[in-house]
Design a protein around this ligand. Structure first.
Ligand code: GLC
Length: 536
């Protein structure tokens, strides 16, 4: 096969890479049906090149009923027809590589879609069949596990399949039945899927819900008193065997094919266990993202992550947002208490000017830290969360399963504005309405406008990613003495980051050249909620 192959000239590319998270449905629509697609991405590769990213991470682009935005995969070897086809995916991978941009895809091993052929076969074949052994079918719900999307985790086989009385497990929605990872077919199939995509030139995989795969076969209730590694459905010690095998698959290929885990794990040691040298390369650091905008909090988060990663030799990752959380400019425009996990609700008071200043400062701060950096599409434009989506347009099961209390995740998934002054803002070639409506106020956020404005978020990101490249070789960080509300550190001998979270302007260290700042200096001083980058 004439597959593109990420070169092995730089096996350490992933340690300091800037990875752009591409939510394909909402990036750019090439064929004019109101849904983003591969053609749309191929037409905008220059934009991504100019932004200065090293890799693209595509959220699931496979065949799927889209019951959970594509995290319900019905066929791993097909692209969703609304997005394109396999040939086009290969062409995209190749074209991106020609620009020096690698491709990372999302794999969702904990569950499949209820439309996946395995699950359909399991329903057809009935109780006691080998087909059912690939999932968790039981005669009675054996526990009261709570879904990650609220509500029940056990659903009874639907009547149309003949009411055989059995129930199946789903940690997410009923359209996402959990796989049984004790079954050899499940293990073999996923290794084949990895090879299928590595053969097509992808440079890595992002592993969805990576800590959930293995379940205690006795399916006991969660008591809260489980020892580390003994939780019935999360972070069980046996899960690491899976990633050891995946690492051997990845290591069969030239160049580094990177494994990136989605591991929500408060305990830093349990977290970095996934990053041992024969397991994943990196995992998302979500701690930083969940901290409120306070100097001591952020510094503590940075330090604890750097300390936790040191023994395993893996670099940390830095993430300001993603397709599951409230947009950064909105979050940082809120009171501290809204950073608590699961606090999402309607009507939280928000100051978007404040949030934007802080998100700009945070963008520079995270870009200055050693490790890899994730940029969620639209954050480079400073898009706010869309909180007033019209009734009837929301799609996220999280919203529905909370009975409408949680706004869900649609507000951070609204299609990008590219140009013009009204919907679809260049997202689609014609006038088609996008799959999620864009706000009337988005003319000021278009790529066209921001590219022409040196003070825009986009201009800040472009400049920051350009300068960041010069820091890549050096993974050290040294704090300089400062007020606890000022985050001041060096990278290497020449670069200094100063982030001011105090309530007054501060003097910058002397004899340094200002490279970039997230807000204009006033009389040479750095204002509140701003970051400056300096060079000796
Ligand atoms: C991950 C994804 C999220 C998805 C869930 C279930 O957390 O990021 O979007 O809904 O897994 O697959």
């Amino acid at each position: 096969m004439d597959a593109p192959s990420p070169s092995d000239s730089d096996p350490l590319w992933w340690r300091s890479a800037v990875i752009y998270q591409l939510y394909i449905r909402s990036f750019a629509d090439g064929d004019g049906d109101g849904t983003g697609d591969l053609a749309g991405v191929r037409g905008r590769l220059d934009y991504l090149k100019q932004l200065g990213v090293d890799a693209l991470w595509f959220t699931p682009w496979y065949a799927s009923p889209l019951a959970d935005g594509g995290y319900d995969v019905s066929d791993y070897r097909q692209i969703h027809p609304a997005f394109g086809g396999i040939d086009e995916a290969e062409a995209l991978i190749r074209e991106a590589l020609e620009l020096g941009i690698r491709t990372i895809i999302d794999v969702v091993p904990n569950h499949v879609s209820s439309e996946h052929e395995w699950f359909r076969a399991a329903l057809e074949a009935g109780p006691g069949s080998p087909e059912r052994d690939r999932f968790w079918f039981v005669d009675e719900p054996p526990n009261r596990w709570v879904s990650n999307f609220q509500g029940e985790t056990w659903t009874q086989v639907p009547d149309e399949h003949g009411p055989d009385g059995q129930w199946y497990l789903h940690l997410f929605t009923p359209e996402q039945p959990d796989l049984n990872w004790n079954h050899p077919d499940v293990r073999r199939e996923h290794e084949d899927v990895l090879r299928f995509w590595f053969d097509r030139g992808v440079a890595g995989v992002r592993i969805d819900s990576a800590a959930l795969l293995v379940k205690d076969p006795l399916l006991p209730d969660v008591t809260g008193a489980e020892p580390a590694g003994g939780h019935p459905n999360t972070d069980r010690d046996e899960v690491h065997d899976i990633y050891r095998s995946w690492r051997s698959v990845a290591d069969e290929y030239p160049g580094t094919r990177v494994l990136v885990g989605e591991v929500w794990m408060p305990d830093p040691v349990r977290f970095t266990n996934y990053l041992r040298p024969d397991e994943m390369h990196t995992a998302f650091n979500f701690d930083f993202m969940t901290r409120p905008w306070r100097g001591a909090e952020l510094r503590e988060s940075i330090d604890s992550m750097l300390v936790a990663h040191a023994p395993v030799g893996a670099p940390s990752t830095w993430v300001l947002s993603n397709h599951d959380v409230t947009r950064a400019v909105t979050r940082y425009g809120r009171d501290d208490s809204s950073f608590a996990f699961a606090s999402k609700r309607f009507g939280i008071p928000t100051d978007l000017d404040l949030g934007t200043r802080r998100a700009r400062a945070a963008a520079l701060l995270t870009a200055a830290l050693p490790g890899s950096l994730y940029v969620y599409q639209g954050d480079e434009l400073g898009l706010p969360e869309v909180e007033d989506l019209p009734e009837g347009s929301r799609q996220d099961p999280m919203h529905f399963r909370s009975n409408g209390v949680d706004p869900g995740r649609d507000g951070c998934r609204v299609p990008l504005p590219w140009a013009g002054d009204r919907q679809p803002y260049g997202f689609s070639p014609g006038d088609t309405s996008p799959w999620l409506p864009q706000p009337d106020s988005w003319a000021s956020f278009t790529v066209e406008r921001e590219a022409a404005d040196p003070g825009s978020m986009l201009s800040l990101y472009r400049a920051a990613l350009r300068i960041r490249r010069t820091l890549a070789g050096d993974e050290s960080l040294a704090w300089l003495d400062s007020d606890p509300d000022v985050l001041c550190f060096t990278r290497g001998s020449r670069f200094v980051n100063v982030t001011n979270l105090s309530d007054r302007p501060i003097d910058l260290p002397e004899h340094r050249e200002l490279l970039l700042s997230s807000a204009p200096l006033a009389d040479g001083r750095l204002p509140t909620d701003a970051t400056a980058w300096l060079r000796t």
